[in-house]
Ligand binder design. Structure first.
Ligand SMILES: C[S@@+](CC[C@H](N)C(=O)[O-])C[C@H]1O[C@@H](n2cnc3c(N)ncnc32)[C@H](O)[C@@H]1O
Length: 382
C-alpha cells in the first residue's frame, strides 16, 4: 500500500475546467443552487445525468486489480467531478450541508455534533479572527460557514465540483456570510493560489480523493505561510487492515466505490506523506478509536437506540438501512417510469455498498474517517 504510485497526471487543466463548468450548467438546470434533495434530483437534464452516471460507474466497475486501480488513479479528477455531480443531492437529502461524519455523544443532537466536530478542528489548528484560511475540498460549504462564524476568519473554499460551488455561494448569500467566504473552482492536486497565501489550511474528509497523498499535501504546504498549520480529518485504513485479507479488501472496495475514491491508503502512508512534503506533525489521533457509546457510523446503522433527539429522527430515517431501501425503491421506480435518468438505481446501489462497507469498516476498526493530523510548515521553510 503505497502513495507513491507511478506518475499520475494532474488533470485540472483550464480546458477541463471549462468543459466541466459547461457540462455542470447543462446538467443541473435552472435555479440549481436553490433546489435540494428530490426536487434537485428531478431538475436535472436526463441525458447529461446519464453521462455523469456512466462516467462515475465506468471507473468503479467492480474490479479491484492493479489495472482497474491505475485507471481510477489516472481519471481521479473527472471521475470525482462526475461522482459529486451524481451524489450531491443524495448527500444533502440524507446528511445536510456538511458532508462528513462526527463523533457523537449522549444527549447531543446530530447538527450539534456536526458543528462541534468542525469547531474542534478549528480550535486544534488555532484559527484566529481575521486569518486567511483555506478549506480544501469544501463541499457545499457547511463547515466553512460554521468555522467562519466560530472563528471570525476569512475562508476560501476550494472545490473541484462546479455544482457544489454554486450551492456554496447560494448558502453564503442566504446566511449573510458573503464577506467572510469565497469559493474557488480548482483541483487540489494543482492549486493556482500563490505560494504562502494562507495563515492556516484545513480539510475535512476530502483529501482522500487524491490519487497520491503527497500530491495534495505538497500543494497545501506550498500555499501555507511558513509557520502555518494544516489540520485534517483524513479517511484512512487503520493498522488493523490487511490488504491481502479478502474480507478486508472487499470492505475497502465498498468504501472506494460508494464514495468515489480512487484508492484508500493506510494511516502509515498518510503520516509518511505529510512528513515527505516537509510538515512537522504536532498532533495526531484517531478520533474513532475510543470507547464512545455512540459510534461515528451510527446514522448508517438501523439502531434507533443511538438517536439522541426527536429532530434527528428525520435524518436517521433517511440515512438508516430502512430509509435507504425506501430511497432505492423510490429511485428505481422513477427510473422505471422514465422520470429519472437511466442508471440512477445503480448509483443508489453504490451508495448502499458504501454504507455497508463504512459500517463494517467501523465495527471492525479497519477504517476511520477521522484520523486527525495537525501539522506545521516550519517557520524557516523556503
Ligand atoms: C466528502 S466531501 C467533503 C466536503 C466538505 N469538506 C464537508 O465536510 O462538507 C469531499 C469534497 O472533496 C471535493 N474534492 C474531491 N476531489 C477534489 C479535487 N481533486 N480538488 C478539489 N476538491 C475535490 C469534492 O468535490 C467534495 O466537495
Amino acid at each position: 500500500m503505497s502513495s507513491t504510485v507511478s506518475e499520475v497526471p494532474f488533470a485540472g487543466t483550464p480546458e477541463l475546467k471549462a468543459k466541466q463548468a459547461a457540462f455542470s450548467k447543462a446538467l443541473h438546470g435552472k435555479d440549481a443552487d436553490s433546489k435540494v434533495g428530490v426536487s434537485a434530483f428531478l431538475n436535472k437534464d436526463k441525458k447529461a445525468h446519464e453521462v455523469s452516471i456512466n462516467d462515475f460507474l465506468e471507473n468503479w466497475d467492480g474490479k479491484t486489480d492493479k489495472d482497474a486501480e491505475q485507471k481510477r488513479l489516472e481519471n481521479y479528477n473527472q471521475s470525482t467531478h462526475s461522482y459529486y455531480n451524481v451524489v450531491t443531492d443524495f448527500y444533502e437529502y440524507g446528511w445536510g450541508t456538511s458532508f462528513h461524519f462526527s463523533t457523537y455523544y449522549k444527549g447531543e443532537a446530530f447538527n450539534q455534533a456536526t458543528a462541534r466536530h468542525e469547531h474542534y478542528l478549528a480550535s486544534k489548528i488555532g484559527i484566529k479572527e481575521g486569518w486567511k484560511v483555506l478549506d480544501v475540498g469544501c463541499g457545499v460549504g457547511g463547515p466553512a460557514r460554521e468555522i467562519a462564524r466560530f472563528t471570525g476568519a476569512h475562508i476560501t473554499g476550494l472545490n473541484n465540483n462546479d455544482y457544489q460551488i454554486q450551492k456554496a455561494y447560494h448558502y453564503a448569500k442566504k446566511f449573510n456570510l458573503e464577506k467572510q467566504l469565497e469559493f474557488v473552482k480548482g483541483d487540489f492536486m494543482k492549486m493556482d493560489f500563490p505560494e504562502a497565501t494562507f495563515d492556516a489550511v484545513y480539510a475535512i474528509e476530502a483529501t482522500v480523493h487524491a490519487p497520491v497523498l503527497e500530491g495534495v499535501y505538497s500543494q497545501i504546504y506550498k500555499v501555507l505561510k511558513p509557520g502555518g498549520v494544516f489540520g485534517v480529518y483524513e479517511w484512512v485504513m487503520t493498522d488493523n487492515y490487511d490488504e491481502t485479507n479478502e474480507e478486508h479488501r472487499r470492505i475497502c472496495y465498498e468504501i472506494e466505490i460508494g464514495d468515489g475514491i480512487p484508492k484508500m491508503y493506510s494511516v502509515d502512508v498518510a503520516r509518511q506523506a505529510l512528513k515527505n512534503v516537509g510538515f512537522e506533525i504536532e498532533y495526531e489521533r484517531d478520533l474513532a478509536d475510543s470507547d464512545d457509546e455512540i459510534p461515528w457510523y451510527y446514522p448508517l446503522t438501523g439502531e434507533w437506540k443511538y438517536v439522541q433527539s426527536l429532530y434527528d429522527l428525520s435524518t436517521f430515517v433517511r440515512t438508516s438501512y430502512v430509509g435507504r431501501q425506501i430511497t432505492t425503491a423510490f429511485v428505481s421506480t422513477l427510473e422505471f417510469l422514465g422520470i429519472a435518468a437511466k442508471g440512477s438505481s445503480r448509483v443508489t446501489a453504490a451508495l448502499e455498498d458504501a454504507a455497508v462497507g463504512l459500517v463494517a469498516g467501523g465495527e471492525k476498526k479497519l477504517f476511520t474517517p477521522m484520523q486527525l493530523f495537525v501539522v506545521r510548515k516550519p517557520l524557516n521553510a523556503e
